[in-house]
Write a protein that binds this ligand. Structure first.
Ligand SMILES: C[S@@+](CC[C@H](N)C(=O)[O-])C[C@H]1O[C@@H](n2cnc3c(N)ncnc32)[C@H](O)[C@@H]1O
Length: 314
């Protein structure tokens, strides 16, 4: 199957990574290599591109697009395991990291993956289908009503979270909820008709929440960013594109924490903490796509790009 995904903020990403021949760049969310292909061209002939993805279909698509060899290396894995992945691949240091978070268009569009509310398929939602993590069906059928409410409210920002959770718990008392179609029906029944008439598909927020819970997306993001900062060479940059306010919040917080210097009380005459900032913020406000880009690619509409640079030695 053709892997169709339009890279978001492509020009901004390549410009912010300040690419040159010889750079070592890690794309932690390779997908169909939309960004990575351009990056590989801009760091050739001596640069090294490392592409990571946890999804076999993405890796296969990227392998068809990229000139694999000594200078382009693909790794299957979760960027939450960045330390292990980079050490095993004998990468000495990294000049630039890209995180283009979330799911790709094909993951959403291929019904069998269970991310879509448009078709009736098994509720899965694992980005790595070979992993042993809980599927969306496991979560729906085993979490307490309170935990379901929390997940749907927090990650989906869904105001009807507690009603949806109550409907799920009542339904699973009769029989297990195992397909996307069954869940969509429950959500539609739980949300009052008047509230369903406007806005996005009524299941969109709950599906997004489940996907984030299944893949532990926020925890893994924080872990991945902290590791990436350690691997960066002085002057190297991290570029992150997020599509959800909670993800953007994690990026903003981690960048802010790592760019703080002395934390001694203001009345302390000399610094005793010795803390030096590790990062320098390049974007104080996130970069967003132009109206023209959103017109051509609806999936870009919620994108927010943030950049930070590793401090050079003082
Ligand atoms: C938005 S897509 C990236 C698209 C890519 N930049 C392109 O232009 O083709 C996100 C990709 O990251 C992968 N991904 C998401 N979270 C991941 C994680 N924690 N570890 C590894 N891969 C992840 C997904 O499987 C998906 O293929």
């Amino acid at each position: 199957m053709e892997y169709r995904h339009i890279p978001v903020l492509l020009a901004e990403v390549t410009q912010q990574l300040s690419l040159h021949d010889g750079s070592i760049i890690v794309d932690c969310t390779l997908g169909g290599a939309g960004h990575a292909k351009r990056v590989a061209q801009l760091i050739a002939p001596t640069g090294i591109l490392v592409g990571i993805d946890q999804d076999d279909a993405a890796l296969a698509a990227a392998a068809d697009t990229l000139p694999l060899g000594q200078h382009v290396v693909l790794l299957k894995g979760n960027f939450g395991d960045l330390d292990r992945l980079l050490a095993e691949a004998s990468i000495p240091y990294v000049d630039g990291f890209l995180f283009d978070l979330g799911v790709s268009s094909p993951q959403l569009d291929v019904a069998g993956r269970g991310f879509t509310y448009q078709e009736d398929v098994p509720l899965d939602m694992r980005m790595d289908s070979s992993s042993s993590q809980l599927t969306a069906a496991d979560i729906i059928n085993t979490y307490s009503e309170q935990d379901l409410t929390r997940v749907i409210r927090e990650y989906g920002e869904e105001r009807w979270a507690s009603r949806i959770a109550a409907f799920i718990v009542a339904a699973r008392g009769r029989h297990q909820v195992t397909t996307t179609g069954e869940l969509v029906e429950l959500i539609k029944n739980a949300i009052p008709a008047a509230a369903r008439r406007t806005g996005p598909h009524p299941a969109r927020r709950t599906f997004q929440a489940l996907r984030m819970e299944v893949n532990h997306e926020l925890d893994v993001l924080e872990h991945g960013l902290r590791s990436a900062i350690k691997w960066l060479s002085p002057g190297g940059r991290i570029v992150v594109i997020s599509y959800h306010s909670l993800e953007d919040g994690v990026v903003k917080r981690v960048f802010a924490e790592e760019s703080v210097g002395c934390i001694c009380p203001p009345d302390m005459p000399i610094c005793r903490c010795g803390q030096e900032p590790v990062l320098r913020l390049i974007t104080r406000k996130p970069v967003v796509p132009t109206a023209e880009e959103i017109e051509g690619n609806q999936r870009a509409r919620s994108a927010r790009l943030r950049v930070a640079e590793k401090q050079k030695a003082q």
